[in-house]
Ligand binder design. Structure first.
Ligand SMILES: Nc1nc2c(ncn2[C@@H]2O[C@H](COP(=O)(O)OP(=O)(O)O)[C@@H](O)[C@H]2O)c(=O)[nH]1
Ligand SMILES: [Mg+2]
Length: 177
């Protein structure tokens, strides 16, 4: 059986923290393609890609999904043979949460890939806490189980690694740390 490189896909709405997550875990950010939409505002129109080594030597490739739905033809390609998804939500701002929800609906529909839903920016004082957000998410999002909802600070390496390790475990990989 062919074994593929381990690839984790980071999804989520505009401004949720995808680029930040990839930068944090990979240290050196291998590639991103950003394009100004208005002065001083940028969004990822290509994709973020980074690579990291776990303490036990396993190499993980991390790829950010291009956010906007007009790039959804790329989602399948990016997701192919992935270990699973980490979808991000901004815990300080719900205005674009529907974009993450749509992504999850499309991507989880016919693939049984493991996934987590991460409540990002938990370091900010105006972030809503997971306990407060969970009931809302369970009602509105295509999510099976509350244990799949995790807190996240994408600026923090340990927080991102915990998310990755949890996903790898869900996917059945054993990681020695
Ligand atoms: N305080 C804080 N800011 C964050 C965090 N994650 C992302 N950000 C900020 O949120 C903004 C959007 O993040 P970005 O990674 O560009 O989002 P993307 O559109 O999903 O790629 C940037 O200004 C980031 O610095 C976090 O965990 N905490
Ligand atoms: Mg980005």
């Amino acid at each position: 059986m062919k074994s593929y490189p381990k690839k984790v896909v980071i999804g989520g709405h505009f401004n949720a923290g995808k680029t930040t997550f990839v930068k944090t875990v990979s240290g050196e950010h291998v590639m991103t393609m950003e394009k100004g939409i208005r002065e001083r505002e940028t969004t990822t129109v290509g994709f973020d890609y980074g690579k990291l080594k776990l303490p036990d030597g396993q190499v993980i490739h991390v790829v950010g999904l291009p956010g906007q739905e007009r790039f959804s033809m790329l989602w399948d390609v990016v997701s192919k043979n992935a270990v699973g998804y980490i979808f991000l939500l901004d815990s300080t701002d719900r205005s674009r949460w529907h974009e993450t929800k749509k992504q999850m609906e499309i991507l989880l529909k016919d693939k049984e890939l493991p996934y987590l839903l991460a409540l990002n920016k938990q370091d900010l004082p105006n972030a809503k806490r997971p306990e407060e957000l969970k009931p809302l998410i369970l009602k509105e999002f295509p999510i099976k189980d509350e244990s799949l909802i995790i807190p996240l600070i994408a600026l923090n390496k340990e927080s991102c690694f915990n998310a990755l390790l949890k996903l790898l475990k869900l996917a059945g990989y054993s990681v020695k740390v």
